[in-house]
Write a protein that binds this ligand. Structure first.
Ligand SMILES: C[S@@+](CC[C@H](N)C(=O)[O-])C[C@H]1O[C@@H](n2cnc3c(N)ncnc32)[C@H](O)[C@@H]1O
Length: 273
């Protein structure tokens, strides 16, 4: 049953899914992330801190945000540099570029970034010191190819920061399957838990792609388009041996908040050992 609705990026059906998603991102007016610029200091602070370190140690720093939507990172970074008392001639040596698949926010992004790439991330060839995304990793149909590519774009001492939901906690499923019956979702939860366990025990990572998300059945709601069922275990198992992952902590109150921060969100930094 699951081979009909899940696949991996090697399957040609994911290309058709990509085209359908790209059309959705190009045309949607419901997508809340496109309504106003975002503000996510919790995730941006470690990235800005690393940018300052690099500026001070190597004299420049080039940053790429992919899946930028209507990012407020450029403004945050300027404020951060001012607070850190970074001299103007040094902060001028920091470059912030953005990428997204949709042209919907292109004019906005042009006011925020030095360079705006619209199109496939695999077409970006510039080298970067820092590459990051917030809540994009779960929308990729070719996560392995993109990760390989991003690693190849890193300058020495470079880092990739990925922030996204993750679906490793048993019975926590991507909203993309909300159109399935309760019984089917229960069976899916058990199947997924087994898959995660097998990866933890050393079997191949799954990098599951949901071919038939609820997005194509109902009006869009948050993460109806989360077609890559992200797993931190997949990432840890896939990374080349010369790369390492650092988990960043997200502060959250209460037991529910702590479970969410520790097991339902992925906030990682990937860099060379
Ligand atoms: C939930 S929004 C997040 C936007 C922004 N990063 C934020 O945090 O507000 C998902 C973003 O991923 C972008 N996206 C989807 N598929 C992508 C892909 N294959 N490559 C790059 N961006 C993609 C969408 O166009 C959208 O801007």
């Amino acid at each position: 049953m699951y081979s009909q609705i899940f696949s991996t990026e090697e399957d040609p059906r994911t290309q058709e899914l990509r085209s359908r998603l790209d059309s959705f991102y190009a045309e949607t007016s419901d997508y809340t992330a496109f309504h106003e610029s975002n503000w996510q200091p919790v995730y941006w602070q470690p990235i800005a801190e690393r940018a300052v370190n690099l500026l001070q140690s190597k004299g420049d720093c080039r940053i790429l945000e992919f899946g930028a939507g209507r990012t407020g990172f450029g403004k945050y970074l300027q404020e951060y540099l001012q607070k850190a008392d970074i001299a103007a001639d040094l902060s001028d040596r920091l470059t912030f570029d953005t990428q997204d698949v949709t042209p919907q926010n292109q004019d906005y992004l042009a006011t925020q970034a030095s360079q705006v790439y619209i199109g496939d991330l695999l077409e970006v060839t510039q080298k970067y010191d820092l590459i990051f995304s917030t809540f994009v990793w779960e929308h990729l149909t070719t996560p392995k190819a993109i990760l390989d590519h991003l690693i190849s774009l890193l300058n020495p001492q470079g880092s990739i920061f990925l922030i996204s939901p993750r679906y490793d906690l048993p019975f926590y499923l991507s909203p993309s399957c909300r159109h399935l019956s309760k019984g089917d979702r229960l069976k899916l939860s058990l199947w997924l838990s087994l898959k995660r366990l097998l990866t933890l025990l050393g079997q191949k990572p799954s990098f599951l792609i949901h071919l038939d998300p609820v997005l194509f059945h109902q009006k869009w709601f948050r993460d109806a388009d989360a077609i890559h069922w992200v797993s931190l275990w997949d990432l840890l198992s896939y990374l080349p041996s010369n790369m390492q992952i650092t988990k960043h902590k997200i502060e959250a109150g209460g037991l529910k908040g702590k479970i969410w921060a520790d097991y339902c969100v992925m906030f990682v930094q990937i860099q060379q050992k």
